[in-house]
Design a protein around this ligand. Structure first.
Ligand SMILES: [Zn+2]
Ligand SMILES: [Zn+2]
Length: 160
């Protein structure tokens, strides 16, 4: 979550300090694609009024609501179907698409045990899909290559 202090933190949209009592929206690191304007409010507190002026306001609030609905829910491994209770065993792609219409949305919130991924036949395909999406001209930033690298490491430790 964004670190926020009334009277100190500035709104990234208007660059003004957020005062106590201002109507604000707090965004977790939810927007990963630096190619999109909405990246400006990832992991940030913004004035609600400033947000409303932006063309991406609706998408941003929809994505935030979807994120909050997931919070506190058990994470289920897409490979074995069991709940992932050990955080050290967790791999998740997280919220990749800013708009559900983006093709990358099919990789949103893929979650699995690291131990399942290490032996799963689909892991190399997932790595390929992540890297392919990261080379798309509509994607900017290192979120996708980092996810692919993490999966790659699993294979490396398995093979040697
Ligand atoms: Zn503002
Ligand atoms: Zn599993």
């Amino acid at each position: 979550m964004a670190i926020f202090a009334a009277g100190i933190t500035t709104c990234p949209l208007c660059k003004h300090v957020i005062e106590r009592g201002n109507d604000t929206v707090n965004f977790p690191p939810l927007f990963l694609n630096q190619h999109h304007d909405v990246f400006a409010i990832t992991d940030a507190v913004v004035h609600r009024a400033c947000l409303k002026e932006r063309p991406y306001a609706r998408l941003a609030l929809t994505k935030l609501a979807a994120y909050e609905r997931r919070r506190g829910r058990p994470k289920v491994c897409a490979i074995c179907g069991e709940v992932i209770s050990d955080p050290d065993e967790y791999f998740g792609t997280g919220p990749l698409a800013d708009d559900p219409a983006e093709p990358i949305s099919r990789l949103d919130w893929f979650e699995a045990h690291l131990s399942c991924l290490a032996t799963w036949e689909g892991t190399s395909g997932l790595i390929r899909d992540l890297l392919e999406a990261s080379r798309n001209e509509d994607w900017e930033g290192d979120a996708l290559p980092l996810l692919a690298a993490r999966l790659d490491e699993l294979g490396a430790s398995k093979n040697g």
